[in-house]
Each structure stands twice: as C-alpha cells, then as structure tokens.
Design a protein around this ligand. Structure first.
Ligand code: NAD
Ligand code: ZN
Length: 351
C-alpha cells in the first residue's frame, strides 16, 4: 500500500510500504477512507517529537471501513464505517478506568500514553491502518454523518472541548477568550456554547481566521497584533477580565497573554503543545485565585460530540477548506504547511 512516511526532521515521502496485519486479537485493520493533517504532524516534521522514529507512517485522524478484525473484537465487524480516535485505549488499565485514557498503560509496552497512532505505531495517513484495542478506540459512524465532518472528531473537536472548555470549567454566562484561532482554537469556540458561554472572544494575528471564528461561534474577534489588544478584550468585560482564558497556540507569549486576560477567580486552560518553558508570574497570580489546567486529549467526549454532529448541532462542515485525493498527499501537506497563504484550515484527504 501507499503511505506518508517520516524520514527524520524535514523529510517525508509518499512511499510503497507493506500492508498492516492483525498483531493482537484485539486489533482491527481499517481501510482509510478519509484522513487529514494536524498541527501536531507539523511539530513531528520539525523534529519536535523525538519519540517519532524514521520510517514511521504519520497521522492520527481518520475515518474508514473495517477490513479485518481480531478474534477478541466484539463491537465492530468487517464492512462497518468507523471514526478512529487519536487515542488508543485498552479501557481496563488504571488510567483508562479513572477517565484518563490519554495515559493508557497497555499499548507499546506500558509507556503510559494513549496517543500512539502516527507517533509510536504507524498512523492513518495511509491506505490502511492497524488499530489496537479496536472495541474502545473506534466509534461506529451513524448514517448521514459525512467523512469530512466525522474526521474532525478523531482529535480536534474532543481536544478543544475537553482540554479547553471542560478543563477551563466554562459555565453559563461566562466570557471566554480563546488565544489562537487555528483548527483547535476554533473547536474550542465551536463548543464553548455547549456549556453556556455568553461571549466568546477569538484572539489571533490573522484577520481571515478571526472572520472565520465569528462564523462558528465567536462573538468577538481581537487582533493580537494591535498594541491595545488587551484593552480591547478587557473592554468587553467591563474591565474585570475574562472568566476563562484558553491558550490554543503553544507559545510562551500566548500562555502569558492568557494569564494577563483572566479575572480574579477565573481559569486559564492551556491546550497548546509547548516546546519550551513559559513564564508563570506566581507572585502576581497567587493572590488572584486563578486556576490553571492543561492536558493531552482523552477523546472520552467523542461519542457525545458525534451525537451532536449527527443532529447538526455543531458547525463541523465549515472546517474543511481543501480536498485532495490520497495520491496527492504531498500536495495536501504543502497546502496545509502554507496555511498563511492558502487559508487552509482542515485539508480533507480521501481515497
Ligand atoms: P495552528 O498552528 O493551526 O493554529 C495556531 C493559531 O495561533 C494560528 O491561527 C496563528 O495565527 C495563531 N497565533 C500564533 N501566534 C499568535 C499570537 N501571538 N497571538 C494570537 N494568535 C497567534 O494550530 P492548531 O492545529 O489549531 O493547534 C493549536 C495547538 O494545539 C498546537 O500547539 C497543537 O499542537 C495543540 N494540540 C494540543 C492537543 C492536546 O491534546 N492538548 C491536541 C491537538 C493539538
Ligand atoms: Zn492532532
């Protein structure tokens, strides 16, 4: 089969590779019908994720059709259409049983990480993929949900909702600021209303993304390139600061922006993946009763979000900006990597 293979920092190609096989009785092999590219794949290509070794097939998002199942798999069968979660979870280890499958102990020799696809094992940017713990890592796709809507549920929508909205403890009436209007920040904005946010302030440097943010749930947009960006945000809160500030970029500066926007008693939720330390002004923040949260997505909300998508309650269709055939994978990467010029948000890659 063909697959997108990582060959070390800055190097990737669309290669001929052997087909995946069932290795454990709990595995399934899936024909990938639709996949996409995540900002995290770009981090890997930069060499920021050294656990990814040369020869690894990338990708942790996908929708497909079950081709083969192991003898222990009970809930999916050959021919079923499924969403692949970016987290593979055994459902019985101590972390899975306490609600943190992102730290599942079972895969790959108990490394304590549920995100293994396109990371520690071969991923979804391929014609076929082996999925461990098929029963608890795949979700049956109901009739009427398109692949390009469903593929957003592999990673970005659960990430925005769980690590942004839920960890940030958004509650009815809140004013929520989201720094970063990329696919993940936009997923925060698109789900903040589920918990009753009254105002959702999108903050980005890119006017195109700020305009898009207002189409999917943001009530206001603030350009952080403006010298008075902070005053603009505070003006929307009678000067008090936001109830919840959510970081969805992954830079020290944007984390620090969040700690400067939040009101006393408020919450800062960090979603971004950081490569370096950020400054935490404890001497200023302690007396403000601020809570700070962060984490790796669990995808425990995937089933719930799927019900909302099936009932047209989330603006998922708007996220797909470009479409490619799988054989055009390199072109899809080039388009996604140059998002500033191409306006790419989610590139949809289908067989
Ligand atoms: P992205 O790069 O597509 O989007 C980031 C956005 O931030 C862009 O729109 C950019 O213009 C904006 N930005 C950059 N500098 C800024 C600044 N100074 N002020 C305001 N905006 C600024 O990224 P994405 O795919 O949306 O992902 C966002 C982050 O979430 C990444 O760090 C990604 O690795 C991370 N992520 C985390 C998890 C998790 O489990 N916690 C899962 C998936 C992705
Ligand atoms: Zn991802």
């Amino acid at each position: 089969m063909k697959a997108l293979v990582y060959h070390g920092p800055g190097k990737k190609s669309w290669d001929d590779v052997p087909d995946p096989k069932l290795l454990d009785p709990t595995d399934a092999v899936i024909q990938v019908d639709t996949t996409t590219i995540c900002g995290t794949d770009l981090h890997i290509l930069k060499g920021d994720v050294p656990a990814v070794t040369e020869g690894r097939i990338l990708g942790h998002e996908g929708v497909g059709t079950v081709l083969e199942v192991g003898s222990a798999v009970r809930t999916v069968k050959v021919g079923d259409r499924v969403i692949i979660s970016c987290v593979s979870s055994c459902a019985v280890c101590i972390y899975c049983r306490t609600g943190n499958p992102s730290h599942c102990l079972a895969p790959e020799g108990a490394v304590g990480l549920g995100w293994i696809l396109g990371h520690l094992i071969d991923g979804t940017q391929a014609e076929k993929v082996r999925i461990p713990f098929a029963d608890t890592s795949l979700y049956l796709l109901p009739e009427g949900v398109s692949d390009e809507a469903a593929v957003l549920l592999s990673d970005i929508f659960p990430t925005g909702f769980e690590i942004g909205v839920q960890y940030g403890r958004v509650k009815p009436g809140d004013t929520v600021a989201v720094v970063g209007a990329g696919p993940v920040g936009l997923s925060v904005m698109a789900t903040a209303a589920l918990y009753g946010a009254a105002q959702v302030i999108a903050i980005d440097l890119d006017e195109g993304r700020l305009a898009f943010a207002k189409e999917i749930g943001a009530t206001h947009g603030v350009n952080s390139g403006d010298a008075d960006w902070r005053e603009q945000v505070l003006a929307l809160t009678d000067g008090y600061g936001v109830d919840v500030a959510i970081e969805a970029v992954g830079l020290p500066a944007t984390f620090e922006m969040c700690t400067r926007l939040v009101r006393p008693g408020g919450n800062v939720a960090n979603v971004g993946v950081h490569g370096t330390a950020a400054l935490l002004d404890l001497q200023r923040l302690w007396i403000q009763n601020i809570s700070i949260s962060m984490g790796l997505v669990n995808t425990t909300s995937l089933g719930m979000l799927l019900k909302l998508v099936a009932n047209h309650k989330l603006p998922v269709e708007k996220f797909a900006t470009h479409r490619f055939a799988m054989a055009d994978m390199m072109h899809a990467y080039a388009t996604f990597q140059d998002a500033a010029h191409t306006g790419a948000l989610k590139v949809i890659i289908s067989r």
